[in-house]
Write a protein that binds this ligand. Structure first.
Ligand code: UT7
Length: 350
C-alpha cells in the first residue's frame, strides 16, 4: 500500500434525465398505422406493452440523448464543462461509425467556444445490458480517481429499423424509442455503486441479432447492377428466437442477482427498489415470483414505452427519482439481459 495516498472516492449517481419522443402509438394505432396483423390483446397478454414512442424521420439517436443528458447534468448540479467523459450505450447509433458519443458531445456544445472541452467519448455496444456495462465502466473510472463526473447515456431509435409488416410483428411490437441519462460522480460519502456484475455468452450471439452489416461479404452489403446496396429483410431487420431469449433472460437475471447478493451479503429484503430491464413484463414478474420480490418494490414502464433497450434502466431511474421512489438512503438493485447474450447487475446505495 502506498502511504499518504488519498482515499479513493465512491461513485454515485448524482443526476438523472430522460426523454421520449412525443409521438405515442398505442397497440391499436401501431397495428392500424402499419397494417400489421396483431391485436392489443395479444401484445398486452404476451408482453405487458400498451403503447410505445416512435421518433419522426430526421431525428437521430444522439438527438434523443441531448435533453436526457442536459437534465441529468442539471440535476447533478454541475455544468457540461465539469464532465470528464461521455459513455453512450446504444444498438441503434446514428451511423455505422463514428459512435453516437461524439455526436452527443458536439450537440451538447462541448466542441466550440467558451464551453469547449474535448472529453473522451466512448460508445458501448452491449444492447439491453449496455447501460449496466456503461455504469460499471463509469464507476470504475470514478473510483480509480481518473474522472470526477462521467455522463452515461442509453438511447435508442428502434422505429427506423423495425420490420413494420406482419412478417416482423414478433419483434416490431416489442420495441420503442427513448433516451435515459445519468451522471456518475465522485463522492467521499458512504454511498453509491457497491458492486457490478457483468457476463456474456457468445454461443448465443445469433439468437437476437441484426446483420445488415456482414463484413465477410464483398462488399459488406450486396449491391444490385447499379451499385445500390440492398439487404434482404432477414438481414436488414433484427431477428430473434423469442422463446430461447425468454428462457435465458429469466435464468441469467436471477443468477446474476444472486451473485450480487452473495458477494455483498445481501438478501432480497435489503433491497428497496428493483430496476429490471424492460423487455417483457412476464419475464420480470416471473423473476419477482421466483425471488419473492413484493410487487411494490418493482418498477415498470414497459406499458408506456415498450423495450427501449439500453435506455430502459436510466429511464426507470429518472422516473423513480421524479416520483419520489428513489431518494438518498434507498438500496437499489438493477438487472439486465439481452442480445449477445450479455447480462449485468448493479447494487447502488442512492
Ligand atoms: O430485450 C432483449 C431481450 N428480449 C426479450 O427478452 C424477448 C424475449 N421473448 C419474448 O418476450 C417472447 O418470446 C415474445 C413476446 C417475443 C413472443 O412471445 P411467445 O409467447 O414466445 O410467442 P411466439 O413467438 O412463440 O409466437 C406465438 C404465436 C405465433 O403464432 P403461431 O405460430 O402459434 O400460429 C406467432 O406468429 O404468436 C404469433 N405472434 C403474434 N401474434 C399477434 C407473434 N407475434 C405476434 C404479434 N401479434 N405481435
Amino acid at each position: 500500500m502506498v502511504t499518504g495516498a488519498p482515499p479513493l472516492p465512491n461513485a454515485f449517481i448524482s443526476g438523472s434525465g430522460f426523454y421520449v419522443p412525443p409521438r405515442v402509438l398505442d397497440n391499436e394505432t401501431f397495428a392500424k398505422t402499419y397494417g400489421i396483423d396483431t391485436t392489443h390483446e395479444w401484445i398486452v397478454k404476451r408482453t405487458g406493452i400498451e403503447e410505445r414512442r416512435f421518433s419522426d424521420e430526421g431525428v437521430a439517436t444522439s438527438d434523443l440523448a441531448v435533453p436526457a443528458a442536459e437534465q441529468a447534468i442539471e440535476r447533478a448540479g454541475i455544468s457540461k464543462t465539469d464532465l470528464d467523459m461521455i459513455i453512450f450505450a446504444t444498438l441503434s447509433p446514428d451511423h455505422a461509425f463514428p459512435g453516437s458519443g461524439v455526436y452527443l458531445q458536439e450537440k451538447l456544445g462541448l466542441c466550440s467556444g467558451e464551453q469547449a472541452k474535448f472529453v473522451p467519448a466512448l460508445d458501448v455496444r452491449n444492447q439491453c445490458s449496455g447501460f449496466l456495462y456503461s455504469l460499471a465502466t463509469a464507476s470504475s473510472m470514478v473510483q480509480s480517481g481518473n474522472c470526477k463526473h462521467v455522463l452515461v447515456v442509453g438511447a435508442e431509435t428502434h422505429s427506423a429499423a423495425l420490420d413494420l409488416t406482419t412478417r416482423g410483428r414478433t419483434v416490431s411490437s416489442l420495441f420503442g424509442d427513448g433516451a435515459g441519462a445519468v451522471v456518475v460522480s465522485a463522492t467521499e460519502e458512504d454511498r453509491g455503486v457497491r458492486g457490478w456484475y457483468l457476463g456474456a455468452d457468445g454461443r448465443f450471439a445469433d439468437a437476437l441479432s441484426q446483420k445488415v452489416w456482414d463484413i465477410k461479404k464483398r462488399p459488406f452489403i450486396p449491391q444490385n447492377e447499379e451499385g445500390v446496396g440492398q439487404a434482404q429483410p432477414d438481414h436488414m431487420f433484427a431477428t430473434m428466437d423469442g422463446k430461447l431469449v425468454f428462457r435465458n433472460a429469466v435464468e441469467r437475471m436471477i443468477r446474476v442477482l444472486m451473485e450480487a447478493f452473495n458477494d455483498l451479503s445481501l438478501t432480497r429484503d435489503d433491497i428497496d427498489l428493483f430496476l429490471f430491464h424492460q423487455a417483457n413484463m412476464r419475464i420480470n414478474q416471473y423473476i419477482a415470483d421466483q425471488v419473492g420480490i413484493p410487487e411494490d418494490r418493482l418498477v415498470h414502464n414497459i406499458q408506456r414505452y415498450g423495450n427501449t433497450t439500453a435506455a430502459t434502466i436510466p429511464i426507470l431511474i429518472a422516473e423513480a427519482e421524479r416520483d419520489g421512489r428513489l431518494v438518498p438512503g434507498k438500496k437499489v438493485a438493477m438487472v439486465a439481459f439481452g442480445s449477445g447474450f450479455t447480462w449485468g447487475a448493479a447494487i447502488v446505495d442512492w
